[in-house]
Design a protein around this ligand. Structure first.
Ligand code: ATP
Ligand code: MG
Length: 397
């Protein structure tokens, strides 16, 4: 019954020139989201508002589902747009609207008129009263409640008259593309996809790097990570996923270094390689799914040892989250079912029984000296042979 959606976004942070950057990016992201939906749509900017107009048949739930994944949107209002053809015609349209949208009239309502166009002959108070009266006349069971109505019917007099009463909550945040790009270390676990989602929520575009260890890790484990990238790409937009063969580096560390240090040493090489791709792709930082104290490799000491090899900022959006909070977000973004599929991860294969929980940076650096003979060559090969998959939302690999 609707042909258009009014897109609401928070305007607090976006004054002056930034406002256009924000709106341009938001419109781009809306276009991107709508590509995944059947139908053809026009996105219009009018007087500081954004409208999505359907130009063909469409499925309302599908459109709302796609728009709910666009950061920057705070509300999606299915809206009826009317030409101004005088008050009587408006009153007719308003009662017809109430009848269509609320077949059960055992409800309370309130009209909330706003006049953005001051040349309209009635002011908003007059409109509230007059339209309220028409609705009461048309439907005897319906009641007015000005304090806590079931239905708040918004009637906005603009270039076109906007009629709407429902607002579906958007994800908030800032449109992707307004805050640069970061390189996400994406594993097949629960945390890193959530970290990618969180950083994108602040307007950051995302590329990713995944380390696997064939034949110790399987093709299915790799596919799981591609699938996770696809899931978060519904929010982040396209992701260039770098798939790095980490086997030889892992085996070499395993041969040369104390096993309880393995995880941290591996992490340090992961960070170095991730940083290489980050620089190559104009990223402004790295992103991980780490949270303080979650496992041995995420104590403050371990994080410090991992961090020490990075020259770029490392963003850890989940740092203060409990696991169950992370799981909550993972479920909300539909990643959880995929994340818990039981495929092996390269980190768990060579894991020590008793990994260090308070690694000493000097000791780590000493261990890495044992790798000096071959590690540069191995890193170079890992980087050179990396496979890059462009993961596009809504498309198969
Ligand atoms: P996740 O649920 O994201 O796998 P985790 O709880 O398993 O995290 P760790 O295995 O300690 O924790 O990994 C910490 C972080 O290091 C991950 O969140 C991810 O950002 C990065 N990471 C770990 N393994 C890999 C990998 N194989 N490829 C890419 N990044 C990885
Ligand atoms: Mg993991």
């Amino acid at each position: 019954m609707y042909q258009s959606f009014l897109i609401k976004y928070a305007e607090i942070a976006i004054k002056g020139k930034n406002r256009y950057i924000f709106e341009d990016a938001l419109v781009r992201q809306i276009h991107r989201a709508l590509k995944q939906v059947d139908g053809s749509f026009q996105v219009r900017r009018l007087q500081g508002r954004i409208y999505v107009d359907a130009k063909s048949e469409f499925d309302e739930d599908e459109v709302i589902g796609a728009l709910s994944k666009v950061f920057g949107i705070v509300g999606i209002c299915p809206v009826v747009l009317l030409e101004d053809e005088g008050f009587d015609k408006l009153a007719q349209e308003v009662t017809a609207y109430m009848d269509r949208v609320y077949p059960d009239k055992n409800i309370t309502f309130k009209v909330h008129a706003r006049r953005a166009r001051k040349n309209y002959p009635m002011d908003s108070m007059e409109l509230n009263a007059a339209l309220g009266e028409k609705i009461l006349e048309a439907f005897p069971e319906i009641r007015v409640d000005v304090h806590n109505p079931d239905v708040l019917l918004c009637v906005e007099i603009r270039e076109e008259i906007n009629l709407y009463s429902e607002e579906i909550k958007g994800p908030g945040g800032m449109p992707v593309g307004t805050n640069g790009k970061a390189m996400l270390l994406l594993s097949g676990g629960i945390d890193s996809p959530v970290a990618g989602y969180m950083i994108a929520k602040r307007g950051v575009s995302v590329d990713a790097v995944y380390f696997h260890a064939p034949p110790y890790t399987s093709e299915r484990a790799r596919q799981k990570v591609v699938d996770l990238a696809k899931i978060i790409s519904r929010y982040t937009g396209d992701i260039h996923l770098h798939i790095v063969n980490f086997t030889d580096i892992q085996l070499y560390i395993y041969e040369q270094c104390p096993h309880e240090e393995l995880t941290i040493l591996m992490r340090r090489y992961m960070m170095r390689i991730a940083e290489h791709f980050a620089k190559e792709n104009n990223c402004l930082g790295l992103v991980t799914g780490e949270s303080i104290g979650q496992v041995a490799s995420q104590t403050m000491q371990s994080l410090a040892a991992t961090n020490a090899v990075c020259t770029m900022p490392v963003y850890r959006p989940l740092i203060g989250f409990d696991k169950n909070e992370i799981i909550g977000i993972s479920e909300k973004i539909d990643a959880y079912e995929t994340s818990i599929l039981p495929f092996e991860d390269c980190c768990t294969i060579f894991v020590a029984k008793h990994p260090v929980t308070k690694p000493n940076l000097k000791a780590m650096e000493r261990s890495e000296k044992r790798l000096s003979e071959k590690i540069d060559q191995l890193m170079e090969t890992a980087i050179k042979t990396a496979e890059i998959v462009c993961v596009k939302a809504g498309e198969d690999e």
